[in-house]
Design a binder for this molecule. Structure first.
Ligand SMILES: Cc1cc2nc3c(=O)[nH]c(=O)nc-3n(C[C@H](O)[C@H](O)[C@H](O)COP(=O)(O)OP(=O)(O)OC[C@H]3O[C@@H](n4cnc5c(N)ncnc54)[C@H](O)[C@@H]3O)c2cc1C
Length: 390
């Protein structure tokens, strides 16, 4: 018997397990692969408030405050760096988009500067090419290392007594008299009265039999990582039309992404030396070449670096590009945290705190009404222009 079973050890599930253990709950954290094996490992891992939907901005601001002391709190690495975020314009049309963004978000109280010339942009980030016209600059944005962060959450959770079960797949959630009664996996059954579905693109597999479905599109993003080079770039870089983004990691490697692309549907389960399995999606040669061309155009040092690794990441994209964070479903004890639509890494530490509130029946410490699943009753056929900005 567990107080709570968390399905998924990405950043959302791991942070939730940690927060609940901190409050004394007996938690089991299950992942069909392992920590950070899907979006939370594939990610660019930008930690940003700029470019956020107004509904997400309070969460992003709170997350940025939390990230500052997270490594210390977890007694583990996060490699969080508040190096800023630059969103670049390469054409006059893009310059207009950036100018509007700065005006709108400044009005929402975010510190976002307009760098109005190539010279101003290159003073902040000398690695950016002369082809860039203007940029927005949010100095309090940044990035972290995704795998280290998730692992730090998992280790801290384990130290607080969370039982982790990796390489185990949840097959269904059992209900009795309208309330959660157990979770059935491919290796057994765990009695529980509360379950957190933090299973990313696979969340609907366990929700559908209960009569719920988060409408998702699943695009893919191509990611390239270079070998280490001298440190030239502090900021996370995005562009106005979101066709590429990138940053330099703490270890000198560039980690660079494409925009959203159609997923060809392939997902390989690759066996690792330690006997574990990791899911892998392979990008096409064309999409990799495009990433080099687009990002190399704005940060030329990337095009000169050697490519060490590549993969594609899948995104759990909802119609309004906002997540589902909800405990108001008709099944008692069921809490959902999925559909983060390409920007849930930054929010992870705060998602964990909110889920901890919801699981215990407390009001959420931050407003989450825009994230309730019922909004899709009317929204199902909408589709926000999808973007990815680091
Ligand atoms: C290329 C790319 C770039 C991105 N860039 C950014 C960025 O710069 N900034 C940002 O904030 N966000 C970014 N994102 C989005 C962010 O990474 C995700 O929103 C976030 O990591 C989602 O975390 P999660 O824990 O909700 O889901 P996931 O990390 O996908 O975790 C879900 C977990 O559930 C497990 N699981 C699924 N089904 C089952 C089951 N039946 N039983 C047991 N386990 C199961 C999976 O194995 C997986 O580990 C990016 C994403 C990608 C792919």
């Amino acid at each position: 018997m567990a107080d709570v079973v968390v399905i998924g050890a990405g950043i959302s599930g791991s942070a939730s397990a940690y927060e609940m253990a901190k409050e004394g709950l007996d938690v089991v954290l299950i992942d069909r692969f392992g920590p950070a094996s899907m979006a939370s490992g594939w990610t660019l891992a930008g930690v940003r408030q700029s470019g956020r939907h107004p509904a997400e901005l309070p969460l992003a601001k709170s997350a940025v405050a939390t990230w500052a002391t997270l490594a210390e709190e977890l007694d583990g690495d996060t490699h969080y760096r508040r190096g800023g975020n630059l969103r670049l314009a390469r054409t006059p049309e893009e310059a207009k988009i950036i100018e509007d963004l700065v005006r709108e978000q400044s009005a929402e109280g975010l510190e976002l500067h307009f760098l109005s010339s190539t010279k101003d942009v290159r003073e902040v980030a000398p690695a950016v090419s002369e082809r860039v016209l203007v940029a927005s600059h949010c100095p309090t944005d940044g990035s972290a290392d995704p795998s280290s962060t998730v692992l730090s959450f998992v280790r801290a959770a384990e130290r607080l007594g969370v039982k982790t079960r990796f390489g185990e797949r949840v097959l269904k959630i059992e209900i009795e008299n309208g309330a959660v009664s157990a979770v059935v996996t491919d290796q057994g059954r765990i009695a529980t009265s509360r379950v957190v579905v933090a299973a990313g693109i696979f969340g609907n597999e366990v929700l559908k039999p209960l009569g719920y479905e988060v409408p998702l599109q699943i695009p893919m993003v191509t990611v390239l990582r270079s070998s280490p080079v001298d440190s030239v770039l502090q900021q996370v870089i995005g562009v106005a039309n979101a066709d590429c983004a990138g940053r330099q990691e703490y270890n000198g490697r560039f980690r660079v992404t494409s925009g959203l692309q159609d997923w060809h549907g392939g997902l390989i389960e690759q066996r690792l030396q330690d006997g574990g399995v990791r899911p892998r999606v392979l990008p096409t040669g064309r999409s990799m070449a495009e990433v080099v061309e687009l990002f190399g155009d704005v940060v030329p040092a990337f095009a000169e670096a050697q490519v060490e690794d590549y993969w594609a990441g899948l995104i759990d994209m909802t119609p309004d590009a906002l997540p589902v964070i909800d405990n108001t479903l008709d099944v008692e004890g069921l809490v959902v945290a999925m559909g983060f639509s390409g920007h849930g890494f930054c929010l992870g530490p705060v998602t964990g705190k909110i889920i901890c509130d919801l699981v215990q029946g407390r009001p959420s410490r931050l407003p989450i009404e825009p994230f309730h699943i019922r909004r899709f009753d009317t929204l199902r056929n909408a589709q926000e222009p999808a973007t990815l900005h680091g």
